[in-house]
Design a protein around this ligand. Structure first.
Ligand code: KG4
Ligand code: ZN
Length: 341
């Protein structure tokens, strides 16, 4: 029986978790900073890093307490070392190194994106390989082909905004609160997704890469024309036209994400796909994937919402692959803001 302490601080969540034997989550503590950044309409890196410093000690001790384990019950410490905001990453990495050194534990350096992919296996350990993984969050929109455990081939990524970023920016320009993603998800339920036609952007060079900035601009132009656009961090009560607009925007994003994933599954002859990252909480995306998956005869896997947004259980879960292979990081480990998977 092995237990890993996972630590995550790459963006605006300070998180720690204890996971036993790959998939048993004994605790998963997440301190969200969303209230801190709301008045700015986005994450302020300096404030985020400082808040991580304040929170991380308490978050880790809470994770151990909730798991009912002591330091001596741990077999390794796993930490996100990239990609993310450099000041934020350094808080987690320095803390993990101090623990590894002081407790004489193996240090496991985890790519945040590998963590997101592994999050799906916590509740669905039966996922069969090869599998296509869509990581769709505020910072990333990437498709990977995983031929076997621990192997990731990058097949498509965003050339500009991430899908979650597009949700948040569209929310901001329509005067919705931050983050826009979950608010748009709920407003869109009462909107008509066919009310506006927004583009489903494709690359001219035939690549399957994503691009969401043109879609965001199309929404902005339309919102300005109809007098719905807001300046700065101004917030407004959304009316029926805003509901229609966000429903139509959401439909365009969902169509692109599902279309591209299915295309890759067909091209690579893969029968299963997993979808993870904050945007994977989206109700319309989940419903769309289930429907298309059924039509195409694909098995579609989603982690539950608390494992799909940023958390440390996924970092500890990814740590097991490194621990099994003896893939330990040196105590000179640094953070890498633009680490690739
Ligand atoms: O994975 P995550 O917690 O952090 C990153 O690594 O970025 O994802 C946060 C992103 C935000 O952009 C947020 O607006 C989006 O996920 N998001 C959603 C929903 N819930 C969170 N987007 C659309 N619909 C949702 N229900
Ligand atoms: Zn993330």
């Amino acid at each position: 029986m092995a237990r890993i302490l996972g630590i995550e601080s790459s963006c605006d969540e300070t998180a720690a978790a204890v996971v036993e034997d790959r998939t048993r989550v004994l605790s998963s503590v997440i301190a969200s900073q969303v209230e801190l950044h709301r008045e700015y309409g986005g994450v302020v890196p300096e404030l985020a890093a400082r808040r991580h410093v304040e929170a991380i000690g308490f978050v880790i001790s809470s994770a151990l307490e909730q798991a009912e384990v002591g330091w001596d019950d741990l077999d390794a410490v796993a930490v996100t070392h990239g990609p993310g905001l450099i000041g934020c990453l350094l808080v987690g990495v320095s803390t993990a190194k101090a623990i590894a050194w002081q407790r004489d534990l193996p240090l496991l350096a985890i790519n945040h994106l590998e963590g997101h992919v592994r999050s799906a296996f916590i509740e669905h350990p039966q996922i069969e390989y090869p599998v296509v993984a869509l990581v769709v969050s505020g910072g990333h929109t990437s498709l990977y082909l995983c031929p076997r455990e621990g192997e990731y081939r990058s097949l498509a990524r965003t050339r500009d905004d991430a899908a979650g970023e597009a949700f948040d920016k569209v929310g901001k320009l329509l005067g919705l609160s931050y983050p826009g993603g979950p608010i748009i998800d709920s407003l869109a339920r009462d909107g008509d997704e066919k009310a506006y036609h927004f583009p489903r952007p494709k690359m001219k060079d035939g690549s399957l890469d994503f691009s969401f900035s043109g879609l965001k601009t199309a929404v902005r132009i339309r919102a300005q024309k109809e007098g719905l656009a807001c300046e700065g961090t101004e917030e407004r009560e959304p009316g029926p036209r805003v509901r229609d607009m966000v429903a139509s925007f959401q439909r365009a994003v969902v169509d692109v994400l599902i279309g591209r994933t299915i295309e890759i599954c067909r091209r690579e002859g893969v029968r299963s796909a997993l979808i993870t990252g904050g945007v994977a909480c989206n109700g319309r995306l989940r419903r769309g994937f289930r429907e298309r998956g059924k039509q195409e005869g694909l098995s579609i896997y989603f982690p539950s919402p608390e494992l799909t947004t940023d958390n440390a259980a996924m970092i500890a879960a990814a740590g097991f692959l490194h621990l099994d292979r003896g893939q330990y990081a040196p105590l000179s480990l640094g953070a890498n803001a633009s680490l690739k998977l």
